[in-house]
Design a binder for this molecule. Structure first.
Ligand code: PFF
Length: 457
């Protein structure tokens, strides 16, 4: 094996994060996104509340964290982007294919993510015009469906969102991604805590809290487990090459065990805060929590319309949604850009422009597939749903499986120990490594395979 402790590509010219705090906010920024503010609340609503949350938490810490650390190990050890990382650590094998799948996964994710991010832009604009506080709220469902299925408005919003993403990533890891995340993550946190406090103090909020924290096991089915694992992968950005890519920008003296644990904790805290911001309000207004994906874009505006100061809260909520989406979309785009730069020896600027153009076209197709291209179906799904399904339910699971097998079996205990302890400089008890090894070798592959097979048959 090559000396993987030295950078394998572009020695000396590779960008890197400036500080541990910068790494943490960038990783947390990637993890905290539409998955927390849009997907998590509606999945909680559809899957019966607290029981889903509990299963989700078990998956995050038992499976998600070891997988996240494995990706971290691969990225930091190789100092290379998704495909090159596998090739550097296991030269001559076919492991690099996993890196290509990760890049494909990110391409699909960002295509539909950017469309939803675009909706966030439109809804922020609408809330700035106090649109939700004017009418009686009866036409909000119509408003959302006529907007999202139309041609030009969502395309323009998708373009704005994607251009903003590219505008940050083009400045590089330290000057773009890290700087943006350092300012925006604390802002996001403050806004979400503020909204949660407002929601929790509404009359009738108690029912929402019971729903979030008092498990009703009768609602748990096999699908609850599927949804919880899929959400854990999506929310922690696992199996997509993101942690490998960001990990490759992390300095050799950083403590990746603690960074990984803090990232998982931050992501979980944000998801719970989002739950506390949304569910108590939903219950206080007597609305069903199982509205599905329209929860954030239909139900919430309806609530904002009736809430004292709701117009202002709407502005902050959609601003938070947009910031969360941006700190995630930059990480997805970075996976693709790092790959293009290293594989095709391109500079960051042309690579960003190329990636922007490709994703822009795919994103337009996703957006149009909700309206005029609705008849284009593959396996009975329109392009938007197909991209969502294939990335979150197929490619991320395959990516996660390959990563755990690679680190658990191919790299093994010594390399794991080396990377987690920074070659013996950090003290980490042996049992931590032993437990992680068991989780990676046996528990995680079995769980991922069982769940994947169950959902694919
Ligand atoms: N974790 C992000 C979210 O919860 O919205 C989504 C995501 C970001 C997935 C980055 C994959 C990724 F590489």
């Amino acid at each position: 094996m090559k000396d993987a402790s030295k950078p394998q590509h572009h020695p000396g010219t590779r960008d890197s994060f400036g500080s541990s705090f910068g790494v943490l906010v960038a990783l947390a920024g990637s993890a905290v996104g539409l998955g927390n503010l849009w997907r998590f609340p509606y999945l909680v609503g559809q899957n019966g509340g607290a029981a889903f949350i509990l299963i989700y938490l078990i998956f995050v810490f038992l499976l998600g964290l070891p997988i996240l650390l494995s990706e971290f190990i691969i990225g930091r050890r190789s100092q290379a982007s998704a495909r090159a990382a596998f090739k550097a650590l296991a030269p001559g094998g076919h492991w690099g294919i996993a890196g290509v799948l990760a890049v494909l996964c990110c391409t699909l994710i960002i295509s539909f993510y950017s469309v939803v991010g675009g909706w966030g832009c439109e809804y922020l604009f609408k809330s700035l015009c106090f649109d939700f506080t004017r009418g009686d709220g009866s036409d909000l469902e119509n408003l959302f469906s006529s907007f999202s299925t139309s041609v030009w408005p969502p395309l323009i919003c998708h373009t704005v969102f994607l251009a903003a993403t590219a505008g940050i990533v083009i400045s590089g890891v330290k000057n773009g991604i890290e700087k943006f995340s350092k300012v925006m993550m604390p802002v996001l946190f403050i806004i979400m805590v503020g909204i949660a406090i407002r929601s929790l103090t509404l009359e009738g909020a108690g029912a929402g809290i019971t729903y979030l924290f008092h498990p009703d096991w009768s609602k748990v089915t096999a699908n609850t487990f599927l949804a919880a694992l899929g959400q854990a992968f999506f929310s922690l950005s696992l199996g997509s090459g993101m942690v490998i890519t960001y990990g490759s920008y992390v300095k050799k003296d950083a403590n990746i065990l603690s960074l990984g644990a803090q990232t998982a904790a931050a992501d979980t805290i944000f998801a719970l805060i989002a739950g506390c911001a949304i569910m108590p309000a939903v219950f206080a207004f007597g609305i069903s929590p199982s509205e599905g994906p329209g929860l954030v874009f239909i139900t919430l505006p309806h609530i904002f319309g009736q809430l004292p100061l709701g117009g202002v809260i709407a502005i902050f909520f959609f601003l938070a949604l947009l910031l969360a989406a941006l700190t995630s979309s930059i990480s997805v785009m970075e996976v693709i850009i790092a790959f293009v730069m290293e594989e095709f020896q391109m500079k960051r600027r042309p690579a960003t422009i190329l990636v922007f153009l490709v994703i822009w076209v795919l994103g337009c197709l996703c957006s149009l597939s909700l309206g005029v291209l609705g008849d284009w179906k593959v396996f009975g799904k329109n392009i938007f749903d197909l991209f969502d399904y294939v990335s979150a339910n197929v490619l991320m699971l395959i990516g996660g499986l390959v990563v755990v097998v690679f680190v658990g079996w191919k790299l093994g205990r010594k390399e794991m120990h080396d990377e987690l302890t920074n070659s013996g400089k950090l003290r980490i008890p042996n049992w931590v490594i032993d437990i992680m090894l068991v989780l990676l070798r046996f528990v995680a592959p079995a769980a991922i395979l069982a769940i994947a097979v169950f959902q694919w048959i």
